[in-house]
Design a protein around this ligand. Structure first.
Ligand SMILES: [Zn+2]
Length: 369
């Protein structure tokens, strides 16, 4: 793992939206979660305030939203890939509804069951000693909530895949547990292989090569026209590393030049100032994978697009989110920030597919071997 990367904890957390600067509107209080001591944002440091002239200001996609509207074509096939149950609703409930309205189809893949959220499990257990079964039960609860949320959006259970990889361990799979024979063991559930999977039979061990293969198999088998997945600049390690995994899977698929290339749409959940204040696009264009400094410039080039939601679509998103009782209980204000009339997506292209997985591998233990 590159030294610049921060271990931000296993699940979506209010801590990650700690205000970066004076413009922050997040209503989320700092979390007392373990590992948060001394937390800071060394990677995206705002430049000192200076007199800003209109001509100096970087234009962002927020300046003229009409110029970058996302139009969902009829009969689209959207594969939505989420690190944890709730990310799909936060990032793309409106997109999911719009695809269905346009007579398209949707599949939702959860990389983890969100079964490593120690603070939330502890709150449920009211101070009692936590056992691996507590975390596994919590994962099943989040699965059930995901199914209810997605059903409210029109997605039946048969369109949902729970891969069951370890919450809080996606970056470990990439960096130190890539190969078969060295499975990662979840410190929460004590599992070393998926409890769910894409098919009957042995469940995949917790190694990165299995996750990459699962994602590639899903894309090859279903042939989506669009893949909606975590933008690799997200600053939650499960999110950004899953984004790299998806690009790696697409990179493998693209080796066959005849293979159809889906549209790749990235989304942010844990990123400074996102989505509440208008400075996030500028921060994003200066950010690399997992918030590292972007030395290559790809981040400057990646355009953003947004889906403008009708009021009933926003209401449907809020209704879906209301099914996540376990999450609302612990980070309500953070989650509700995402109930707004725009969903933003980065448009990642062949260049990002070709370069980001290799760049990330080169900075990680796996690449150094
Ligand atoms: Zn998440």
């Amino acid at each position: 793992m590159p030294p610049a990367l921060l271990r931000l904890g296993p699940v979506c957390s209010v801590l990650l939206l700690a205000p970066l600067g004076a413009l922050a509107l997040s209503s989320s209080p700092p979390s007392p979660r373990a590992g948060s001591a001394g937390f800071s944002w060394p990677l995206l440091v705002r430049e000192p305030a200076r007199q800003e002239h209109a001509a100096d200001r970087v234009r962002t996609p927020l300046d003229n939203p009409d110029a970058n509207k996302l139009v969902i074509p009829q009969h689209a096939k959207a594969l939505v890939i989420a690190p944890h149950p709730d990310d799909e609703t936060l990032a793309a409930a409106g997109l999911i509804g719009r695809v269905l309205e346009q007579r398209g189809s949707v599949r939702v893949v959860f990389a983890t069951n969100g079964d490593g959220y120690a603070e939330a499990v502890a709150a449920q257990r009211k101070g009692r000693r936590l056992t691996p079964e507590d975390f596994r039960r919590y994962g099943r609860q989040r699965q059930a909530e995901a199914q209810e949320a997605l059903l409210s959006l029109g997605i039946p259970a048969s369109w949902i895949v729970f891969l069951g990889y370890p919450d809080g361990g996606i970056d470990d799979l990439w960096a130190t547990h890539w190969a078969e024979g060295q499975p990662f063991v979840s410190p929460f559930t004590r599992l070393s292989q998926a409890v769910d999977g894409t098919e009957q039979g042995p469940k995949p061990a917790y190694v990165g090569s299995n996750l990459a293969e699962n994602l590639a198999d899903l894309i090859r088998a279903w042939q989506p026209t669009m893949v909606v997945f975590p933008d690799p600049r997200d600053q939650h390690l499960d999110h950004c590393t899953l984004g790299v995994f998806v690009l790696e899977a697409v990179r493998e698929i693209a080796k066959d030049r005849r293979a159809p290339m889906p549209q790749l749409l990235g989304y942010l959940v844990h990123f400074p100032e996102y989505p509440g204040t208008p400075v996030w696009p500028d921060l994003a264009r200066r950010s690399g994978v997992c918030g590292a400094k972007d030395n290559t410039g790809w981040s400057h080039r990646v355009p953003w697009t947004h889906l403008a939601l009708e009021s009933e679509e926003v209401a449907a998103k809020e209704a879906a989110l209301s099914r996540y009782a376990s999450q609302l209980q612990v980070m309500r204000a953070f989650l509700l920030q995402f109930v707004r009339p725009m969903e933003w997506f980065s448009i990642l292209g062949r260049e990002e597919v070709a370069t980001i997985p290799l760049q990330h591998a080169a900075r990680s233990h796996r690449g150094a071997r």
